[in-house]
Write a protein that binds this ligand. Structure first.
Ligand code: NAP
Ligand code: BLA
Length: 331
């Protein structure tokens, strides 16, 4: 890319993530949002109107445009892999919101394809850019060896009728879809040796839709750390919860939403975390820094793939009722 030519971007998806991407690209002179593909006509037209991009009838038509350099995939999880594959085959760089794919083998094969094509395949993990994660990282050395960790997110939502995030095929296994829950841990604590998991759905219909789900998992890390993850959402919950706890030899760090407490005996220190807003813009800037001046990205696609491997092992455990042992990562 010549320095003066903005990168030409195509966007698939017009929801929350898609809108944040459109704003982030518009705000950066190194890129230009050229075309968008969506789902419902009205939402597509609205985002095109706002951003000045051209509407495409389908993502296939978008990808066929030879002038596009980069495709951002911000649509429902079920479609990620198929769109990413087509975009890489067409020689485009790709940014995809997590998860890359709902199927682990497919995810692996897409990383191989990106390597063959010598194109960027960046899987967004905005949770790493958020205040909570930054604060955890900074505070970790003060806690000593971590023995136990626990992360819970419960989201009451009603009514959920028709939402794609309450549909087995469109959303995927909950901890593969909400992969950030696993990735936070693997980013901080490295490889996992053994997992077990449970999943429950309320009023699961023949079409795959449900009105609430709850997924819990236990992970044992190579470091010895034991971790519990809980992810629940929907109409059976009434109180939202977002708590992260780390219990180390030298102290405990307890976060509830954006407020943390570091506890060491009688000493209690309040630790605030920064906001969760503006993260898609940070991710977009990181991608443009990388493509324009070769700066390293904040996350590698292999790290996302590893998190998906752990999430998939939890899925298998939830299906079989047996704990699953993971083989150590090869590199
Ligand atoms: P969203 O606001 O619900 O938007 C979903 C997009 O997919 C919209 O363009 C929607 O179009 C379209 N869509 C809905 N149902 C569809 C269907 N059945 N077939 C085809 N397209 C359909 O969701 P989002 O939060 O932006 O999530 C998009 C992706 O970003 C997901 O992969 C999610 O995991 C990832 N992500 C999101 C966040 C976040 O903060 N929201 C953070 C990290 C990762 P219509 O609205 O026109 O139906
Ligand atoms: C993650 N948020 C997600 C994901 C979805 C949503 C589908 C990916 C799957 C997951 O990790 O759970 C959807 N989030 C929503 C919706 C709301 C929401 C529909 O808060 C409705 C209010 N995302 C937002 C908004 C914020 C936001 C408004 O849509 C907040 C300011 C932040 N969502 C956010 C962050 C993540 C995320 C930071 C990464 C997950 C993490 O931090 O672990």
């Amino acid at each position: 890319m010549a320095n003066s030519d903005p990168l030409r971007v195509g966007l698939v998806g017009t929801g929350y993530a898609g809108q944040r991407r459109a704003e982030a690209v518009a705000a950066d002179e190194r890129a230009e949002l050229v075309a968008i593909a969506g789902h419902t006509q009205a939402n597509l037209a609205a985002l095109c109107e706002k951003s000045g991009a051209t509407a495409c009838d389908s993502w296939r038509q978008l990808i066929r445009q030879p002038s596009l350099d980069l495709i951002i995939v911000a649509t429902i999880n079920r479609s990620h892999a198929e769109i990413v594959r087509a975009a890489l085959e067409a020689g485009k760089h790709v940014v995809v919101e997590y998860p890359l794919a709902l199927d682990l083998e497919e995810a692996r094969s897409l990383l191989d394809l990106a390597r063959q094509q010598q194109r960027l395949l960046h899987i967004e993990h905005i949770e790493l850019l958020g205040g909570l994660h930054q604060t955890l990282r900074q505070t970790l050395p003060r806690l000593g060896a971590i023995n136990y960790a626990r992360y819970t997110t419960l989201t009451p939502q009603r009514p959920i009728t028709g939402r794609w995030t309450y549909h087995q095929e469109l959303f995927g296994f909950p901890l593969c879809a909400a992969l950030s829950r696993i990735h936070r841990f693997t980013d901080l604590f490295g490889p996992v040796v053994r997992v077990s998991g449970q999943a429950r759905y309320w009023d699961l219909s023949a079409t795959g839709a449900y009105r609430a789900c709850l997924c819990t998992a236990q992970m044992q890390f190579a470091s010895g750390l034991l971790a519990d993850v809980t992810y629940g959402k929907g109409e059976v919950f009434w109180q939202a919860a977002r708590t992260f706890e780390l219990h180390g030899e030298e102290g405990s760090l307890l976060f509830e939403n954006e407020t943390g407490r570091l506890v060491r005996g009688d000493e209690i220190e309040t630790i605030p975390a920064l906001s969760r807003r503006g993260l898609f813009a940070l991710d977009t800037t990181a991608v443009l820094d990388h493509l324009s001046s070769g700066e390293p990205l904040y996350v590698q696609s292999t790290a996302s793939l590893y998190a998906l491997e752990v999430a998939d092992a939890i899925r298998r455990s939830a299906t079989t009722g047996q704990a699953v042992t993971l083989t150590p990562p090869s590199s």
